[in-house]
Design a protein around this ligand. Structure first.
Ligand SMILES: Cc1cc2nc3c(=O)[nH]c(=O)nc-3n(C[C@H](O)[C@H](O)[C@H](O)COP(=O)(O)OP(=O)(O)OC[C@H]3O[C@@H](n4cnc5c(N)ncnc54)[C@H](O)[C@@H]3O)c2cc1C
Length: 509
C-alpha cells in the first residue's frame, strides 16, 4: 500500500460490508491487493440478519465457491440443519426449493440428468444465515489484512485517471479503484453515473414477526387469496404479498402494528389480531439492473448492480457470483498482469446471468398475481413442477447447476464450473483451489503442458494426476474463479490452449 501525505492509498475501496463486499474483499486480499471497506452501519449485528429474517438459501455455485476457498466448513448452521434425524422425518418429500411458492421436493429431482456433477461434489443447496455468513467473511477478510471501518457511509467520490478519492462526511480516503457493494440503494451507483433500468413493482412484500392472539385463524401453508398471498410458517412469523403496486414500500409511512394488522386482515380475509409487533420489514419485486457494471475506476457488484424480488432466494447467490468473477480480474488489472479486455469480461459474463435472474423473478410474480390469468398459469406450472423433469429443471435453474459463460469454445465444459474431479489419492480438485490460482489439470502427464503452464509463472499451477472419473477429458485449464477456460478430450491442441491461456493470464516468459 502506498501513502500520500500520511494518507494510505489502497488498491481498492469497497463501499459496504454486506456479504458481497466482504467476499469480494477476501478475493482481492487473497490475490495480495490492499483493501479498505467502508460500511455505513456501526453495528454489524441486526435482527434482520438473524433467523428467522436472515435465513438465506445458498445454491450450488456459492457452495462450491465457499468450499474452494475453505470457508464452507466454517458455516455451522447448515450442519445443524443437516441433522439426518430431522430430514428422515420428511423423507423424499423434503421441500428443497420453490418457484412462485410452488414447492419442489428432493425425491422428485433426477440428479442423474446433471451429467457434469461427479460423486463427491458439494451440496446443491443449503440453508445459511446472513449474520453467520458476514461473520465468517469478515473474519477471513481481516485475517487476510483487509481493513473494515464501520459507521462510515460513503457520501461522495471523485475519480481521476489514476485513482479515486472517497468521502465519508469530513473524512477522505484514497484508492486506485472503488467498488460499490452498498446494496439496492447504492450511493456508488447513484453518484457514479450508472443507468439502472428495469421494471416497477407489482406488490409490497412484508416479513413479520409478531404475537398473534388467534394464529389458528390463519390457514397453514401458502394461501393465495383474491387480494394477495400469505404464509404463516411458524406461529407469528408471517410473509404477506399485497399487490398494491409497491405503493406502501415506496411511501414514507411507518410500518406500524395497525398497518400490518390491516394488511394481514384484508389479505387473509380474517379478523386476526396482532398484539405485539417484534420485527417487520417490507420489500418489493422491483427488478432493475445497471446497464453497465463499470464506469472508469468505479465498479458495481451485488444488489448495487441488480435488484429483484427475493422469491426463491437468488440475490445473494448472484452477488457472490459477481464477487467471485470480479475479484481475480480486478486484482490482475491492479497488478498490471491482466490481458486486454480481462476486466471488461466481468460485465460481459455477469450481466446476462443477472438478467436471467431478474426474468426468473418476474416470471414468478406474473403467475402469483391474484387474477384469472395468473391463477391459470399458476395451475399449469404447478402441474409441470410436480413431474420429475419439471422438478429437475426448476432445481437446476434455481441452484445454477447448468450455468455456463459463453467463452466462444465448442467444448461442452468450457465456461462451466469445474466438476469436482477426484484424483486417485482421494484429493479433489476443489481442495487445490484455495489460493485463487489458475490450474492446468493434466490427466495424461503431458510434459508439453507442464512447459506451457510454466510460461505463466505462479498464475497457473500445473497439476498432473489421474482422476477416478475424467468425464472423457484429457486436460483442462481452470480460471481462478473455478470456471473452465479450455478443455480437450484427446490430444490437446496447443495453439488452442495457448490462446485460451493468453486470454485470461499474462505470459511472463
Ligand atoms: C426477505 C429477503 C429474503 C432473501 N432471501 C434470499 C435467499 O434465500 N437467497 C439469496 O440468494 N438471496 C436472498 N435475498 C437477497 C439477499 O439478501 C441480497 O441479495 C444480499 O443481501 C445482497 O448482498 P449485498 O452485499 O450486495 O448487499 P447488502 O446485503 O444490502 O449489503 C450492503 C451493505 O452496504 C452498506 N451500505 C449501504 N450504503 C452505504 C454507504 N453509502 N456507504 C457504506 N456502506 C453502505 C449497508 O449497510 C450494507 O451493510 C433475500 C432478500 C430479502 C429482502
Amino acid at each position: 500500500m502506498k501513502t500520500t501525505q500520511d494518507h494510505p492509498i489502497h488498491d481498492v475501496i469497497i463501499s459496504g460490508a454486506g456479504p458481497v463486499g466482504l467476499f469480494l474483499a477476501c478475493e482481492l486480499a487473497l490475490a495480495k491487493c490492499s483493501v479498505l471497506i467502508l460500511e455505513k452501519a456501526a453495528d454489524p449485528h441486526s435482527p434482520l440478519k438473524q433467523l428467522p429474517f436472515g435465513i438465506r438459501g445458498l445454491s450450488s455455485l456459492t457452495i462450491e465457491a465457499l468450499y474452494r476457498r475453505r470457508m464452507l466448513n466454517e458455516l455451522e448452521l447448515y450442519k445443524r440443519l443437516k441433522n439426518p434425524h430431522q430430514n428422515a422425518k420428511q423423507g423424499p418429500r423434503r421441500q428443497v426449493g420453490h418457484f412462485a411458492g410452488i414447492p419442489f421436493h428432493e425425491g422428485d429431482i433426477d440428479a442423474s440428468q446433471w451429467e457434469y456433477r461427479l460423486p463427491g461434489s458439494t451440496d446443491t443447496s443449503l440453508i445459511s444465515e446472513m449474520q453467520e455468513l458476514e461473520t465468517v467473511f469478515a473474519r477471513r477478510a481481516e485475517s487476510l489484512g483487509v481493513t473494515i471501518k464501520r459507521g462510515l457511509a460513503i457520501t461522495g467520490f471523485q475519480q481521476t485517471g489514476d485513482g479515486v478519492t472517497v468521502q465519508s462526511g469530513e473524512q477522505s480516503f484514497h484508492s486506485k479503484w472503488l467498488v460499490g457493494c452498498d446494496g439496492s440503494r447504492s450511493v456508488v451507483r447513484k453518484m457514479g453515473g450508472f443507468e439502472f433500468a428495469g421494471t416497477e413493482p407489482e406488490f409490497t412484500g412484508y416479513t413479520v414477526l409478531a404475537d398473534i392472539s388467534d394464529p389458528e385463524k390463519l390457514s397453514p401453508g401458502r394461501n393465495v387469496t383474491p387480494t394477495g398471498m400469505y404464509v404463516q410458517s411458524q406461529p407469528g412469523y408471517v410473509l404477506i404479498q399485497d399487490f398494491d403496486g409497491g405503493a406502501f414500500h415506496n411511501s414514507e409511512k411507518p410500518l406500524t402494528l395497525e398497518h400490518v394488522q390491516e394488511v394481514l386482515r384484508r389479505i387473509s380475509n380474517t379478523d386476526v389480531t396482532i398484539t405485539a409487533l417484534h420485527t417487520a420489514t417490507t420489500w418489493t419485486d422491483r427488478a432493475r439492473q445497471a446497464t453497465s457494471y463499470r464506469n472508469g475506476r468505479i465498479l458495481l457488484a451485488g444488489d448495487a448492480a441488480h435488484i429483484h424480488a427475493p422469491l426463491g432466494g437468488q440475490g445473494l447467490n448472484l452477488g457472490l457470483g459477481d464477487a467471485m468473477n470480479l475479484g481475480w480480474k480486478l486484482a490482475a488489472t491492479i497488478q498490471e498482469k491482466a490481458p486486454e479486455g480481462l476486466l471488461d469480461s466481468y460485465y460481459a459474463e455477469r450481466y446476462p446471468i443477472g438478467a436471467q435472474v431478474l426474468d426468473w423473478s418476474r416470471a414468478q410474480v406474473a403467475i402469483m398475481k391474484p387474477n384469472p390469468p395468473g391463477r391459470a398459469l399458476y395451475g399449469i406450472i404447478r402441474d409441470l413442477i410436480n413431474t420429475r423433469d419439471g422438478a429437475t429443471y426448476m432445481a437446476a435453474r434455481v441452484w445454477g447447476i447448468n450455468m455456463q459463460y459463453n467463452l466462444d469454445s465448442n467444448h461442452r465444459l468450457a465456461g462451466r464450473s469445474v466438476p469436482n474431479f477426484e484424483f486417485e489419492d482421494g484429493v479433489k480438485i476443489g481442495e487445490l483451489m484455495h489460493n485463487s490460482q489458475g490450474v492446468l489439470l493434466d490427466f495424461d502427464g503431458n510434459v508439453s503442458l507442464k512447459k506451457l503452464a510454466s510460461a505463466y509463472g505462479d498464475q497457473i499451477r500445473y497439476v498432473s494426476c489421474n482422476a477416478k472419473d475424467r468425464l472423457g477429458v484429457s486436460a483442462l485449464l481452470i480460471r481462478p474463479d473455478g470456471i473452465i477456460a479450455w478443455a480437450a478430450d484427446n490430444d490437446p491442441d496447443y495453439n488452442e490452449l495457448q490462446l485460451a491461456a493468453d486470454r485470461w493470464f499474462e505470459r511472463i516468459s
